[in-house]
Design a protein. Structure first.
Lengths: 163, 793
């Protein structure tokens, strides 16, 4: 079987995979990182979103072999080493942006990338459109949108400007 | 200590786990030596199985076993049971055809299990399953309600003539017909309630395990009610005594009803684990979920209202066809009967009601409860009909509602359809909602939209629902084959921390927080000292699970009862320790004190004494501080409220945008306002989904056309508005917390508000009704069809 070498949450792994193994299967089944979820089989739901080399990607739509040589960040690696939550995680908690928690890892990872990509700021409409790749069945998105808007100034060090 | 009791918007205890990827969902569980199951499903809507050839598949790499329905039958495995029996108009019982776990001689819907492959990996199981050869003899299918009841329709079950499961009714037809005969005005509406596919984000999964030493089975499953699964699967399907069967429902990623039922795959993995003596795991792919999770709604209804000359409602007459799908799912028969017709009085003084319901088998996935379950169907019908009454009599839609409301001083109020509402104030929720939406300013907003070329409309829905299910004796008399009480065990540990063991189950509702707040309030124990355990039959005495917005009203009440017992015992211990009379002991904020003195003991002092009973009334009192209570509710609870939607329609595309949505609900006492708001918002999102986007569609042959998330429109962030939530409180009068339930109100109240707003927006086109989902194509066609006529006028 072919081998893939990649860095996941700062730690390097070399893993044997089938050619057809998906990145999400590698993460969940080979590395035991079950925080990344699979919610569909048509690349619609975004529960599997991780960052590959700093950019969000649906890990159900990427072969493990395509991730060879990359650096992958999953939900397990988002908080600081001392356990301090990332501002996006903290704002999701503060604004009740999760209920069952199943879409949450993908939603948070997608949201982090969305905010990173928009240092100039975002309107509510832009946030809603930016979430088009992620489904949530519990919240109606209202509080997710609020959480992302609240995380933006924290992530761009503009806490004062947010007041 | 910050205030964490009843009414505090405490941030959720469970969130850090979920936000850090440390949730523990069924598919995250892997047992040593685990095998994987893949279910080969029927791709035929209706066919006779002539032959299943598994020879080639059995030789495929990694395959350990392949089982068919015949193998299960050889082991004397029973069919999947139905938990509710309805009786026909003539008193005879409904048709209840067998529901084999794996199909035997026939398949009856696309997705029906035909064989299961057990292999070393999921991929190996799936590869092998493709090599199973099945010879089918295709049969004509009855894919829709109308096709299934047509003369000569293909029979889904040979012993259910006319595909009729039951023909049920409620009310006195003669009395209602007489009221119609004498009415000044009759308003009639034909409407469908569109079939929905629940799509909780977590696909169903199950892991079965057998311990060869003890003979014990364990099932990990995505369930809203593990004790119910243990009872149904153990007693009726696999014949395993409860003492040998543990069912664990760990973190569950949403349910909305679809994870109430006992599903084939749960029985398959448990049975197979015993056969192969290794754990067996199955996880649905989303396309399997579409064709195997119970669907919701799917009604076809004619409704008529009789009015007097002043616009007072005189009588309601309803005739409904309800789709059961190919087999009876666990609670399917009660949804279009006792959870539907009993709600038809709504919030109105409705002197008489007659409703008849024909439940129909079709070659489709079974239909059962989906968020609201029967009550959204009743509310949609009634709130559309009330608007049609206003439309036909040229009456204001708010005025006709106010005129017919049950007044706030009329409670308890007995409806003509069995239910007795305990409390409510429908004028108050309507007033608050009208104010919040700025109803008075609407015409200006309509004009402003018109200037932009948009059609703007406003729609109102004033709804009621029944939840907190349910008094066991009542539901028993109506055909339930279970009691619907709830169970709580409150364990005060020696050093004063508390574990709550609840028979309810949280799959997004935030019980670990809300239930801990109840402990905070009643026992004065800080939140971080309280753990809530749910979802494991080995830990929790018993329970009926979570559905029908029952967790607080029934499960929370059981907790109050158990905590009352803790306090009562604690007082006896405190009296002993402080050498006082029990009658003089007061308990407040976690402290037992002797009235009129400065003597006191904390709950921790008492619990320590209870577990280290050196100085203890051991002759009269057992050691320990651990109390269990079963609570059977006295009545349903009746949340009610008002939802108002404003929509704008783009005339060129037919796209409906919900530009404002306000919900003002009376859910009784609010324990955590943040969680209540989130529950309502999520429910409204599903209601808007039903009204505008979602539709489970079969073609005439019985193929599921909306079988993936590419074909079935799930609401996305940019499909939805911000959802403003308010509450007005009247307390439930018959449970100790005064709570009514908030999980379903959003999905129940919102669909008619959206459709009523669309009809209002399109009033210049002479549109009286449009069926859900109001897709752009449908709206555009109406506008196009109406345009030439308008030009000619």
């Amino acid at each position: 079987m072919p081998q893939v070498t990649l860095t996941v949450n700062g730690k390097q792994h070399t893993v044997e995979v089938e050619g057809r193994t998906l990145l999400v299967e590698l993460l969940r089944e080979k590395l035991g990182l079950t925080g990344t979820h699979v919610g569909c089989d048509t690349s619609q739901c975004g529960a599997c979103v991780v960052h590959v080399d700093g950019v969000s990607a649906k890990s159900c739509t990427m072969l493990a072999l395509q991730a060879d040589g990359t650096s992958v960040l999953t939900i397990e690696g988002l908080a600081a080493a001392d356990g301090t939550l990332h501002p996006m995680q903290e704002m999701f908690r503060e604004h009740h942006a999760l209920q069952c928690g199943f879409c949450t890892p993908g939603m948070v990872m997608a949201a982090v990338d969305l905010v990173n990509a928009h240092p100039e700021g975002m309107t509510e409409k832009q946030i809603r459109q930016g979430l088009e790749g992620n489904l949530c069945r519990c919240t109606g998105y209202h509080n997710i949108v609020k959480a992302i808007a609240a995380a933006w100034p924290l992530m761009h060090n503009k806490a004062a400007a947010a007041e | 200590m910050p205030f964490e009791g009843i009414g505090a918007a405490v941030r959720r205890k469970e969130d850090v786990r979920f936000l850090s990827g440390r949730g523990n969902y069924t598919d995250d569980i892997n047992r040593p030596g685990q095998l994987h199951a893949y279910v080969r499903r029927s791709d035929r809507p209706h066919a006779k199985i002539d032959r299943i050839d598994t020879a080639a598949a059995a030789k495929a790499p990694g395959v350990v076993a392949i089982y068919t329905g015949a193998d299960m039958a050889a082991d004397n495995i029973g069919g999947l049971p139905c938990g509710w029996q309805i009786h026909n108009k003539d008193g005879s019982p409904m048709k209840e055809p067998p529901h084999p776990v794996i199909a035997l001689d026939k398949v009856r819907h696309v997705g029906d299990p035909v064989a299961v492959v057990i292999a070393e990996t999921k991929q190996a199981a799936k590869d092998a399953a493709e090599q199973i050869v099945i010879d089918y003899q295709d049969l004509p299918a009855s894919a829709s309600l109308r096709d299934a009841i047509a003369p000569g329709a293909a029979l889904v079950h040979d012993d259910a003539p006319g595909n009729l499961c039951y023909d049920w009714h409620i009310g006195d037809k003669a009395v209602v017909d007489a009221a119609f005969a004498g009415a000044a005005k009759v308003v009639k509406l034909d409407l469908t309630n569109n079939r929905l596919i629940p799509n909780a984000m977590e696909p169903r999964a199950a892991v079965g395990e057998f311990d060869g030493h003890s003979g014990d089975y364990t099932l990990y499953t995505t369930s809203q009610n593990p004790h119910v699964i243990r009872l149904l699967m153990g007693a009726f399907v696999l014949h395993i005594p409860e003492s040998k069967l543990r069912v664990v429902a760990p973190d569950v990623g949403g349910g909305f009803g679809s994870k109430i039922y006992h599903y084939a795959e749960e029985a398959i993995v448990t049975w197979a684990a015993g056969k192969v003596r290794r754990p067996v795991k199955w996880t649905a792919e989303r396309s399997e979920s579409f064709m195997s999770d119970a669907h919701g709604r799917d009604h076809d209804t004619t409704a008529e209202m009789a009015l007097d000359a002043d616009g007072n409602f005189l009588a309601l007459r309803v005739s409904t066809l309800a789709n059961m799908g190919a087999y009876l799912s666990t609670f399917a028969p009660c949804i279009p009967t006792y959870l539907y017709a009993t709600l038809l009085a709504g919030v109105y003084k409705m002197p008489v009601i007659y409703c008849e319901v024909k439940a129909v088998f079709t070659n489709t996935v079974p239909v059962d409860a989906y968020r609201g379950a029967g009550r959204p169907e009743a509310t949609y019908l009634l709130e559309r009909l009330v608007d049609a009454c206003a439309y036909d009599t040229k009456t204001d839609r708010v005025a006709i509602r106010r005129k017919n409301f049950i007044p706030a001083d009329a409670f308890p109020y007995q409806t003509p359809v069995a239910l007795q509402y305990d409390s409510g104030n429908y004028q108050a929720t309507l007033d608050a909602c009208l104010k919040a939406v700025d109803h008075a300013g609407f015409e200006a907003r309509r004009s402003a939209a018109a200037a932009q070329g948009k059609l703007r409309g406003i729609g109102i829905s004033t709804y009621i629902e029944a939840c907190g299910i349910a008094p066991s004796a009542v539901v028993g008399s109506l055909g339930a084959r279970a009691g619907l009480y709830e169970v709580a065990n409150i364990r005060v540990h020696p050093t004063g921390s508390v574990t709550v063991f609840t028979g309810t189950h949280s799959h997004g509702q935030g019980h670990e927080t809300t239930l801990a707040q109840l402990v905070c309030e009643q026992l004065g124990v800080p939140m971080d000292q309280v753990d809530v355990v749910h979802g494991d039959t080995a830990k929790i005495p018993f329970g009926m699970g979570t559905y029908g917005s029952r967790s607080l009203a029934v499960g929370g009440s059981a907790m109050v009862k158990a905590m009352d017992k803790v306090i009562a015992k604690g007082k006896k211990i405190a009296a002993h320790l402080m050498e006082a009379s029990v009658d003089d002991i007061e308990f407040k904020n976690g402290t037992f004190s002797v009235a009129g003195t400065d003597k006191s003991k904390t709950l921790t002092d008492i619990s320590l004494a209870a577990y280290v009973p050196h100085n203890y009334p051991i002759e009269e009192l057992e050691p320990g501080l651990d109390e269990t209570a079963f609570y059977d509710p006295k009545n349903f609870t009746f949340p009610a409220g008002c939802h108002i939607a404003e929509v704008e329609i783009d005339k060129d595309t037919g796209i409906v945008e919900v530009v404002n949505f306000v919900a003002v609900d009376d859910v009784g006492r609010v324990i955590n306002p943040m969680i209540v708001e989130g529950q309502v918002q999520g429910g409204v999102a599903q209601g808007i989904g039903q009204a505008l986007l979602e539709h489970g569609v079969y073609d005439k042959s019985g193929q599921l056309l909306s079988g993936s998330m590419m074909d079935y429109t799930m609401p996305r962030a940019d499909d939805l508005p911000n959802i403003t939530v308010g509450t007005e409180v009247t307390l439930c009068t018959h449970n100790p917390l005064g709570v009514k339930g908030c999980g379903e109100v959003g999905a129940i109240g919102s669909p008619p508000a959206i459709i009523n707003a669309i009809i209002d927006a399109m009033k210049e086109y002479g549109v009286r009704h449009v069926d859900m989902p109001a897709t752009p194509g449908k709206i555009w066609s109406i506008i196009q069809g109406a345009a030439p006529r308008m030009a000619a006028e």
